[in-house]
Design a binder for this molecule. Structure first.
Ligand SMILES: *[C@@H]1O[C@H](CO)[C@@H](O)[C@H](O)[C@H]1NC(C)=O
Ligand SMILES: *[C@@H]1O[C@H](CO)[C@@H](O)[C@H](O)[C@H]1NC(C)=O
Ligand SMILES: *[C@@H]1O[C@H](CO)[C@@H](O)[C@H](O)[C@H]1NC(C)=O
Ligand SMILES: *[C@@H]1O[C@H](CO)[C@@H](O)[C@H](O)[C@H]1NC(C)=O
Length: 483
């Protein structure tokens, strides 16, 4: 016996809905952004298990590395700041504090076996996000958010290594870990950005000096092509850092670019006092130093040309080294997310480049939402933002990258204030003595698990065709079948 029309209608509706309801966002409308961001954030936090009995706050389950969880909570702080939705703030506060530890250095004993400088710094970035956005304070017996950033910075600065390559930080903290020979951009750019953010937040010139020292080492090294403003991935002390691994990754550009933007908008207390006492008017932005601007503009141009290939006819972000080949690994899926978040901050801190940046964030936000039609609930985000056909992948990285791309548009729509510093209302109390303590994970640079993706794409295409066929058949079935 055939079902009657009404149940058929219900059945068809539920099937076709899960086929076609890719998320949509109007990136110029606050309500639309908030609504879409909430769906994406909900799916993101559904991956988080750190609050389950027997699990540890701040950890993600395998295959996600510890550092990625650190990055995720930063996205969730932004989510709260952009949307005002505090639904996850308890979990976020607990997670960051737990992993920072009472020493506030992000060197938890469960991770130090394998923790690298870049792992530590992504957690430190999240603590800085909390400080700069006046996220609610950590529990009483913990250091402040900015003190956590200072604590991680202190340990990293003690690891500055003059024994090879004229300086810089090693990827790994401990000699026994593979990659100890490698001086990579994620670690050195991370240290640079952290120093720059602390310089701007605290006004303490010690951080400015470290940022400059770190920049000088980097810009003199093979990691930076100052002619073409290209940023490479890493270099090894086995040949005294004379050759670089040149694979282009979005976040390697973003990590330096954001640090430069903070330095550009930082003004030291000394400069400020001089300016006030000599009755000079600082510009609104109170720019410390315009010497960074050529690098900012140059690196930004290279980033936009490299990772937003205009020949696609759009301004949508592409992780060019893996996305077109369908072989992005777990870590790679996160890179666009960090980078787009940093681009939005750069647009705030460096008004000279804001108009250039925004169209790319808008296009990417809309594109990212169009990738969120996967999984059982039909809202999981894939990674190929330049097509509205779900690419068949889902995971924490895809989810947080999409969240960042959608969410960042709130900065423009809501005309949100840039990150705070102490002199612009930052509430987080500094502690110059933070970080008398210790370091190490298994990140970032790596190894593709799969080679070819045409199969995935064909798979996603087949699902779409099946949906279409089913809808056509369904329409016929509804009206034409005899009872
Ligand atoms: C480290 O692991 C132990 C044992 O699972 C757990 O009790 C502790 O809370 C963990 N520490 C952190 C910071 O996650
Ligand atoms: C974390 O989130 C889960 C799920 O929403 C909730 O049950 C739990 O109480 C939260 N934990 C904290 C510390 O907020
Ligand atoms: C290694 O490189 C650094 C920085 O470029 C240089 O100062 C140093 O002399 C080099 N050492 C050797 C042994 O070539
Ligand atoms: C600046 O930071 C350094 C390094 O943490 C610290 O030793 C120094 O006391 C700080 N200066 C001020 C004025 O807070």
């Amino acid at each position: 016996m055939l079902p009657s029309t009404l149940p058929r209608l219900v059945l068809l509706t539920s099937i076709t809905t899960s086929c076609i309801n890719a998320l949509k966002v109007d990136v110029t409308n606050a309500d639309s952004i908030k609504q879409t961001a909430k769906t994406v954030a909900t799916d993101l936090m559904n991956y988080y298990t750190g609050w389950h009995p027997g699990d540890n706050p701040g950890n993600l389950p395998p295959p996600y590395y510890w550092w990625e969880a650190g990055g995720m909570f930063g996205h969730m702080i932004d989510y709260w700041y952009y949307t005002g939705d505090d639904s996850w703030n308890d979990n976020v506060t607990q997670a960051i504090s737990w992993q920072a530890g009472k020493e506030g250095t992000f060197m938890p004993s469960n991770q130090t076996q394998s923790e690298g400088n870049d792992d530590q710094v992504f957690w430190a970035f999240t603590a800085m996000d909390a400080a700069e956005l006046n996220f609610r304070a950590p529990p009483k017996d913990y250091p402040s958010w900015v003190a956590m950033g200072q604590g991680a910075f202190q340990l990293m600065s003690e690891r500055w290594d003059d024994t090879a390559c004229g300086g810089g930080l090693r990827w790994q903290i401990f000699q026994w870990n593979a990659g100890y020979d490698y001086k990579n951009v994620a670690s050195n750019g991370g240290f640079f950005q952290l120093a720059a953010r602390l310089a701007r937040y605290t006004g303490n010139d010690t951080y400015t000096h470290w940022a400059e020292k770190s920049w000088n080492w980097f810009s003199d090294s093979v990691l930076y092509d100052a002619q073409n403003y290209q940023i490479y991935d890493g270099t090894s002390d086995t040949n005294n850092c004379t050759t670089a691994g040149k694979t282009p990754w979005t976040y390697n550009y973003g990590i330096y670019l954001n640090g430069l933007a903070y330095l550009h908008s930082a003004v030291s207390w000394i400069l400020l006092i001089l300016a006030l006492s000599s009755n000079l008017t600082l510009r609104d932005r109170q720019t410390g130093d315009d010497k960074w601007l050529p690098h900012i503009k140059g690196i930004l141009n290279t980033l936009l040309q490299t990772f937003f290939p205009q020949k696609m006819g759009n301004k949508i972000f592409i992780e060019v080294n893996c996305e077109p080949f369908g072989n992005c690994d777990t870590d790679n899926y996160t890179f666009k997310g960090f980078t787009i978040r940093w681009l939005a901050t750069i647009a705030q801190l460096v008004p000279e480049v804001a108009d250039q940046i925004w169209p790319y964030i808008q296009a990417s936000g809309a594109g990212a939402a169009g990738q969120c039609s996967g999984g059982a609930d039909g809202t999981k985000c894939g990674f190929e933002w330049n097509t509205t056909t779900w690419d068949g992948t889902q995971g924490v990285g895809q989810q947080m990258s999409a969240l960042a791309a959608i969410n960042a548009n709130m900065i423009k729509v809501g005309n949100l204030a840039p990150p705070h510093s102490l002199k612009s209302g930052g509430q987080s109390k500094t502690d110059p003595n933070a970080g008398s303590g210790g370091t190490n994970d298994n990140p970032v640079e790596l190894i593709y698990t799969r080679k070819i993706t045409t199969a995935d794409k064909a798979g996603a295409g087949i699902i779409t065709s099946m949906c279409l066929g089913f809808m056509l058949f369904g329409a016929y079935w509804l009206v034409a079948t005899p009872e």
